[in-house]
Write a protein that binds this ligand. Sequence first.
Ligand SMILES: Nc1ncnc2c1ncn2[C@@H]1O[C@H](COP(=O)(O)OP(=O)(O)OP(=O)(O)O)[C@@H](O)[C@H]1O
Ligand SMILES: [Mg+2]
Length: 455
Amino acid sequence: MQKKLLIIEDEKSVAKQLRWGLNKEYEITIAADAEKAIPFLASGIFPVATLDLGLPPYPDTPEQGFKLLEKIAVLAPHTKVIVITGNAEENNAIKAIGLGATDFCAKPLDLTVLKIILARTFQIHALEEANRHPITSQCGSLAGMLGISPAIKKVFKRLEHASKTDYPVLITGNTGTGKELAAQAVHTLSSRNKNKLVTINCGAIPENLLESELFGHEKGAFTGATSRKTGKFEQADQGTIFLDEIGELPLPLQVKLLRVLQESTIERLGGTNTIQLDVRILAATNINLEQAAREGLFREDLFYRLNVIPLTIPDLKERPEDILLLAHNFLQEESQNLGRGQLSFSPSALMALTSHHWPGNVRELQNRIRRALGTTLDKVITPTDLGFEERALSASQRNQKLSTLKEARETAEENVVRQALTLCNNNISQAAKLLETSRPTLHDLIKKHAINISQ
Ligand SMILES: Nc1ncnc2c1ncn2[C@@H]1O[C@H](COP(=O)(O)OP(=O)(O)OP(=O)(O)O)[C@@H](O)[C@H]1O
Ligand SMILES: [Mg+2]
């Protein structure tokens, strides 16, 4: 995998030159100003960033660059920053180093020199990383799952613990919360990651085919079984099987699955051999299995067997701190896939994103961003592109009391304060700095929104 490099540079020609010169060695992300850089930095996934000190709105002075450097020290303390300065600005470079930059490189850029500095800086980062406690769950991502909210960090912690064991994990959560991604993360972080993760969606396969899909069949086991076929369990031997939508598993197959769990063996359909397997079992569902068990729709004994480690992924609205981080990441990812360059959200789009209640969770967020890129060729994404205004004008909503703008502002304000506090581990001074406000104002906002900062 290529190393990730964040380039914070407003001059398009320089950004282009850097991308061209460095994209063989590094996976490059470009942010054209401080505002766009912040979510990337907060994601914690960039070991190294280059920072042009002269950023908008005052590209001729280093002030914006210095400000951002101070924020990086709070937001992404492990990210190493190489400052890009004008040739005759040694003093600025020295001040930048004083503010925490690792090194500097003068403009006009000499790529050979920059490459040497980059290689060394990545090396320093790697060494420091190896020395740090390997607590991945404190970063903004875990094996592909992004998040900075306290709620998702709890999930990361459980997930890390789960991955160190071989017990079954039952992943629950509403639609689109990230259950499948969580299952992939458990496998990736486990010692089985050199072997396969085999996924089967129990709800998507007709009942009469599901048994053979799971356990395989011998030649002639049924009409049409013209050759022997290995099932998903056998394919997952030494690895992990992920039984998605386990609540849809028909009762007769629940009995068979229970036996597999008890005995770690399977028999192919129409076969007589018992095959010993070593498979780790993960399952997911968006229905309440315990209740289904009480109603006789799901075997209680199987539920307990699967639910050894329960892992619940919270709804997106319960982790508002993650919304903008995910939104910026999806936007960047999609625009890169489509070769659309650097895109951003308008302020009202940001407000709409933070005040929406997300019934479809992360998947809805991802779809809205895809939809926006399919709707507009503009560089700035508006609420309409994200499909918000039509909702606002829907008949049912028009009948609701019209306090929405004020409410939306309040929600957005609360979310942004919560997000800053989370990023700064509830350190008021740092959070105030990040929000570019004073400590007393931040205290007032905390009081106003009844935010608990004691934990
Ligand atoms: N924390 C996250 N970070 C990054 N991407 C995420 C995160 N959570 C979910 N996604 C993305 O959102 C989409 C939906 O996630 P996923 O398919 O894992 O959800 P699910 O709970 O299995 O949904 P469903 O109930 O519909 O099966 C995927 O594209 C996934 O990559
Ligand atoms: Mg799923």
